[in-house]
Design a protein around this ligand. Structure first.
Ligand code: GN1
Ligand code: MG
Length: 353
């Protein structure tokens, strides 16, 4: 049992604690009490999220905003304060912990098992975006500065390369060559953000399908979770990151690159759900959804590669080459997306009508 749980009020005494393997940053545990009540206990990674107060404040601001809204009600998880009234428990050894009630009958899948699953995921993230349409995004604190700033991600890659602290740069030349050859294209969205061509919104920024709870019986979306990276951003980030993870024909860390490609049927299912749930997107925003998919995929590959070069400090890994394998799979997927740009644009156009 993690001792942190005893700093929160629980219904019944905690009797079991099981780690849930999902996500590369925080640690998540399922706690069950003697009367069967379940909680999710999370350890927040301070290397990634140094400012836990900012993160919890963002969450509170969004919850309060959503609670006031009449239209488009949305379920949200609620964190439970500690026994002494704080939004999280600081264990004094650098660890911060928080809990919420496990949502009964909910499941969280690692891959869509059907087109409907992915459609539901799209509805959830699209709706999230839609209900936050008028939320003053500038009020949110940037929990990770420059999170989806691709220009800055290139800067970080160059810095890691210059230092080459682990002596790993020599083995990743083909990956670097691809990344640098696509720099202009990958930075296009960021430039459109700066020029005002695309509106800045409150976005989720980490829209993997495992960040949506589905009803275990009906498989309808219940709510989105993992709001740690809700920050000002572009709608294309949320669309694109979901496609990156959920519309791939292979796992994020697949080592047989022949298996990695974009599944256009899944792309269509997601596009349909997202556009339906989020009618407030501008024409320009819709137009750049395929570019968002490419950008988020390439950027994620670049982040894995940068972390590999720096000695795996950011993402948790299961074996030494893990970040390199993840990077290669993402870059292969980005390449495949490039060959399907027209098909993606056509789908967006068809599903917009
Ligand atoms: C991280 O922890 P998790 O798995 O929800 C990362 C995302 C990446 C993702 C890649 C805060 O998310 O940005 O896209 O891994 N989260 C953070 O799987 O960096
Ligand atoms: Mg997550």
């Amino acid at each position: 049992m993690k001792e942190a749980i005893f700093h929160f009020p629980t219904d019944g005494a905690p009797v079991s604690c099981e780690q849930i393997k999902s996500g590369h940053i925080n640690e998540t545990y399922l706690i069950t009490t003697d009367n069967g009540t379940r909680y999710i206990l999370q350890w927040i990674n301070r290397y990634v999220f140094p400012n836990v107060n900012a993160l919890m404040n963002n969450m509170a601001a969004i919850s309060a905003y959503l609670a006031k809204r009449e239209k488009g009600k949305m379920a949200m998880i609620r964190y439970i304060d500690t026994l002494d009234g704080h939004s999280y428990y600081d264990d004094g050894h650098g660890g911060c912990w928080r809990i919420y009630r496990f949502v009964d009958h909910s499941i969280c899948v690692q891959r869509p098992e059907s087109l409907e699953d992915f459609y539901e995921c799209a509805r959830a993230f699209g709706h999230f975006q839609y209900v936050l349409n008028e939320f003053p995004a500038e009020q949110l604190e940037e929990t990770i500065v420059n999170f989806h700033n691709t220009v800055d991600r290139y800067r970080q890659l160059r810095e890691a390369l210059r230092e080459d602290s682990e002596g790993r740069a020599a083995e990743v030349q083909p990956e670097l060559e691809y990344l640098f050859s696509r720099e202009d294209k990958a930075c296009r969205l960021h430039k459109m953000r700066l020029s005002g061509d695309l509106p800045v919104r409150a976005t989720h920024n980490d829209t993997k399908i495992n960040n949506v709870l589905l009803d275990e019986h009906t498989r309808k979306a219940i709510c989105v979770i993992d709001l740690d990276t809700v920050m000002p951003g572009l709608s294309a980030f949320d669309f694109g990151d979901a496609i990156r993870f959920g519309a791939s024909t292979a796992a994020e860390d697949e080592t047989d690159l022949r298996k990695v490609s974009l599944d256009l049927a899944l792309f269509r299912a997601f596009t349909r759900g997202f556009l339906k749930a989020c009618p407030s997107l501008t024409e320009k925003e819709r137009e750049v959804l395929p570019l968002g998919s490419f950008t988020m995929t390439l950027e994620c590959g670049m982040r894995f590669l940068t972390d590999y070069l720096k000695g795996d400090k950011y993402f948790s890994i299961d074996y030494p080459q893990h970040n390199l394998d993840r990077a290669r799979a993402q870059l292969k997927l980005a390449q495949d997306m490039e060959s399907k740009e027209e098909a993606m644009s056509l789908i967006v156009w068809e599903e917009s009508r």
